[in-house]
Write a protein of this length. Structure first.
Length: 95
């Protein structure tokens, strides 16, 4: 659920409330009873899992290559093995 910030127009205190997007905004300040105004705040972003940072930037250069699926690894290996062995039809000499 998102965290929303509100500021009281009378006592200038800020409060943070975790609420659903569809929930009604609080109207009165819990400290003085003044009118609350919703503030625009920076969202907090949290990446979970292996993440792009771990695979792309962290550690040694060995960690810089992204993880490949087994199928993609097979394709890459076969491309390496076939590199230079395939000939174009235009390269073949007719006898």
């Amino acid at each position: 659920m998102p965290l929303y910030e509100y500021k009281c127009s009378q006592c200038d205190k800020k409060i943070e409330i975790i609420q659903k997007i569809g929930d009604k905004s609080p109207i009165k300040c819990p400290f003085c009873g003044g009118k609350l105004k919703k503030l625009i705040s920076i969202p907090a972003i949290q990446f979970k899992g292996s993440g792009w940072y771990v695979t792309d930037y962290a550690g040694s250069k060995a960690n810089h290559s992204p993880s490949l699926s087994p199928e993609a690894k097979k394709k890459a290996e076969s491309a390496k093995n076939n590199n230079g062995t395939k000939t174009k039809k235009s390269d073949q000499v007719k006898n």
